[in-house]
Design a protein around this ligand. Structure first.
Ligand code: RP5
Length: 165
């Protein structure tokens, strides 16, 4: 199975990325977690992106805040799909990172999720890997079905407790 990579611009991003790790674990997808900065360790960023496909990665999740160039810098050096997570790590509450991550020039896509959208980033990465992995595709379908069941249960419970019919 292809591996996923979770790359963060700083270790200060780590806690907000736990939902991504939990989701990949729940779906039994192997993943590497790294701190690599587009600005502070640019050579490492280029090296990681250039070698990722040969290393067996199928998708890269890149999380960064502030002037968030990490996802774009990785995307520039690989044809693997890159999922960008803008981090809410600044006085601008992540709007700066959202715009820096999502506004990629034509020809160089980054699939950007919501600010601090770690769980969705992992799910999108899983869906990408599942294109060539039937067992994972089945696990994703089960994951969706369980989510639906949970919401239906909550609906029934809230209907019972609060309705006045
Ligand atoms: C970004 O700057 C990182 O991704 C982080 O979200 C933000 C702040 O980094 P630190 O100054 O906390 O290392 O590059």
């Amino acid at each position: 199975m292809k591996k996923a990579a979770i790359i963060m611009g700083s270790d200060s991003d780590l806690n907000a990325l736990r939902p991504a790790m939990d989701t990949l674990k729940a779906l039994e997808i192997p993943f590497a977690v790294r701190v690599i900065s587009a600005h502070r360790t640019p050579e490492a960023a280029a090296h990681f992106a250039k070698s990722a496909q040969d290393e067996g990665f199928g998708v890269i999740i890149a999380a960064a805040g502030k002037a968030a160039h990490l996802a774009g810098a990785l995307a520039a050096n690989t044809i693997l799909p890159v999922v960008g997570i803008p981090m809410k790590s600044s006085t601008l509450d992540g709007l700066d990172a959202l715009l820096s991550t999502v506004q990629m020039p034509s020809g160089m896509p980054v699939a950007t999720v919501a600010i601090d959208g770690a769980a969705n980033a992992a799910l999108l990465a899983a869906q990408i890997i599942a294109l060539s992995d039937e067992a994972l595709s089945k696990r994703l379908a089960d994951y969706r079905a369980a989510q639906t069941a949970r919401v239906l249960e909550k609906d029934a419970a809230i209907f019972r407790e609060y309705s006045s019919l």
